[in-house]
Design a protein around this ligand. Sequence first.
Ligand code: ATP
Ligand code: MG
Length: 261
Amino acid sequence: ENMAGHLPTSLKGLDNALCGGIPFGVVTELVGPAGIGKTQFCLKLSLLASLPSSYGGLDGSVIYIDTESKFSSRRMIEIGFNSFPEVFQTEGMAQEMAGRILVLRPTSLSEFTESLQKIKVSLFQHGVKLLIIDSMAALLSGEGVQGPQRQHSLGWHISFIKSVAEFSRIPVVVTNQVRSQSRDGTSHYSFQEQGRGESPEAATKLDSHLVAALGIHWAHAVSIRLIFESKSGQRFIKLAKSPVSPPLAFPFNITSSGISL
Ligand code: ATP
Ligand code: MG
């Protein structure tokens, strides 16, 4: 067992493979095409981190950096009511839980930089037990910085995110949208510029800017990579990178209670 602990995801098979869930102190990346369920997974994790410990939660606050304005407190409360009815039916609990999730909405790379600098202090002051960045790739498509300059500016963010995980010893979860697999079935995950609204079955097309921007530096910063994908109408979470498990795939569904088996 890892001394630093784990945040269970509520998906039993995945939790077993990860020795208990999303580990504290490292960066976990969720990658997959638009609409596959990365944000739904983040909402569930936010609930689990903020839930009272008597119900298996971490009883903490969550910092949710929402770069795509896709966080929905309404949807989070719906998932809460359906997943943990005993907690959410308690008077005032839904509001209290929602109040534990601090949502930041940077709209540019410079605002994102400010958000990261601000949270370094709040992490300790507010008993933060989970940091989510949903998503990282979205920040890269907006600003007009090209090529090496962009890669340089992101290097700082990548190092900072990794160090936040290490010094605060909380789980850090970052999402990245990619285009789906090519028709021959080989994985060509590439970072996608957001806002094109493609289905999970969309064809693969490389976006060289985004690949260059995150690149090898990012690959090394990430300890666990979960690939979200859809095959013949069934969604899967594939444990693509893990220090403790072989590559395994776990089926999941999205229902009124969020991500579930
Ligand atoms: P993007 O990369 O565009 O942000 P994503 O991977 O974050 O995509 P999500 O927003 O997490 O995708 O998932 C969207 C999916 O969740 C949709 O397929 C939608 O049908 C499903 N979904 C959302 N709310 C509900 C609900 N209340 N009941 C069932 N399914 C839902
Ligand atoms: Mg999303």
